[in-house]
Design a protein around this ligand. Structure first.
Ligand SMILES: *Cc1c(COP(=O)(O)O)cnc(C)c1O
Length: 433
């Protein structure tokens, strides 16, 4: 571009004309910055429902000063239940002060962090496997774009809403398989098998379950593996709540599979009580080397970004070495809360639940013949009248239920039981004892 100061007027007018002409060729172009049609489908139903229920502040019937109890968000630091492991905090501090953990690392994670994950699974699960990064990562690698091939993924119902949210972007079909409340939320295996066809790319399993609080037996997991083997479908096993169980031990799916490729997801958010540290991992257990392409694909995909957080990776060997006694203290607290709430709920007319045995949650059934309201109405009125927030089942494809989070101090849980009882008493057809 010539310097306008040095041009005579004729030159200036020709420069101006040229600029105007560019904008006037044909019809004037309008701004049109659109978004992908996947955007509306990618909305997180939990956030939307939360805004709906809490749009008006609570006005508790038993006094406006009553404090709000939030059992809605699956964040164990909300109250907090228990501080994170001291060793983990020390290790992060050391990594930070060392000045050696500030740089970019390989997309799939540092060697040191990856071998710490391998050791962790060896110690807790009795399995070894390679390591990658993220649910989004594995879904993006595993599922062809819809323009290439029509395919589907099987999700649990009730289940974690984020799976469908992530899948929306990939244009794949989502199919649900049912979980059966009367069988401790086990999988309805025949409904699952009926949903499988030639386009099924993966079955997603959440064990222990959010929102059901279930923990599957070895034989039930084996039955699932038999179906996957027969139809040659890999399983993505979300074990973010792995080992957060009581009553019976947790069985990692990969420890049972002799053929079916298992992609296990785990991380620090729940078991180590640090969801804000944003750290998890993917393990590929592939005894017959059937998914070598997936392993390579995950490495390629992982390098689209500059890899996970360097501080957490540097501290990971120490974080994952947290002693079993620390986990035991946390699990005893969650189990006590589960016991308090299950006992209370099963004596409140209008509510019932299967006793949870893992994760951080329980799913409670609202008897509509007695309480005459939808789960959304129940949760909205409970919030307004009792200042108690729980999430309606519709957030988890489970209308007619609500989910309660079990990571409060026990005395808060006693208060939760009282508020639920008072609410159901007021709205129920029959008088509570
Ligand atoms: C909380 C949760 C996760 C993962 O959380 P991150 O913080 O993203 O690691 C994954 N699956 C389920 C079922 C969860 O409840």
């Amino acid at each position: 571009m010539p310097n306008i100061d040095l041009l005579d007027t004729a030159q200036v007018s020709s420069v101006v004309k040229r600029h105007k002409l560019v904008g006037m060729i044909g019809k004037e172009k309008k701004w049109d910055i659109g978004v992908s049609p996947s955007v509306p489908n990618s909305r997180n139903p939990i956030r939307t429902t939360l805004e709906l229920i809490t749009s008006q502040p609570p006005n508790p019937i038993n006094g406006p000063t009553r404090s709000l109890i939030n059992l809605g968000l699956g964040d164990p630091t909300h109250y907090p239940l228990h501080p994170p492991p001291e060793g983990a905090i020390d290790a992060i501090t050391r990594a930070l002060k060392s000045g050696k953990a500030n740089g970019y690392l390989p997309g799939a994670g540092s060697l040191q962090a990856r071998s710490a994950v391998v050791d962790y699974h060896e110690r807790w699960d009795g399995v070894t496997h390679g390591v990658g990064q993220g649910l989004d990562l594995i879904l993006s690698v595993l599922i062809p774009h819809q323009t290439v091939q029509k395919c589907n993924v099987l999700l649990p119902r009730p289940g974690f809403a984020q799976y469908a949210t992530l899948l929306a972007n990939l244009g794949t079909d989502v199919r649900y398989y049912d979980l059966l409340e009367e069988q401790g939320w086990e999988i309805d295996l025949s409904s699952l098998e009926d949903s499988i066809d030639g386009g099924t790319k993966a079955i997603i399993l959440t064990n222990p379950s959010n929102p059901c609080g279930s923990n599957y037996s070895r034989s039930h997991l084996q039955a699932l593996l038999d179906i996957a083997e027969q139809h040659k479908v890999p399983i993505i096993s979300d074990e973010i709540y792995g080992h957060m169980t009581w009553d019976k031990p947790f069985v990692p799916l990969a420890s049972l599979s002799r053929s079916v490729p298992i992609i296990t997801l785990a991380g620090l958010s729940k078991r180590f009580l640090v969801p804000g540290w944003r750290f998890g991992w993917v393990c590929l257990h592939d005894p017959l080397c059937l998914a070598t392409k997936v392993r390579e694909g995950m490495h390629v995909w992982a390098n689209r970004f500059m890899g996970p957080n360097s501080l957490v990776q540097a501290a990971l060997p120490d974080i994952l070495a947290t002693p079993g006694s620390w986990f035991k203290v946390v699990m005893d607290k969650i189990q006590l809360n589960a016991h308090i709430l299950t006992t209370a709920i099963n004596t409140i007319p209008g509510l019932s639940c299967a006793a949870p045995s893992g994760a951080l949650y329980m799913l409670v059934k609202i008897d509509s013949s007695r309480l005459h309201m939808s789960d959304i109405d129940f949760c909205t009125s409970l919030y307004r009248e009792e200042a108690l927030f729980v999430l309606p089942g519709i957030c988890f494809e489970a209308p007619g239920y609500f989910r309660a989070v079990l990571s409060t101090p026990a005395d808060v849980m006693q208060d939760v039981a009282l508020r639920l009882r008072a609410f159901c008493h007021r709205h129920g057809g029959k008088v509570c004892i």
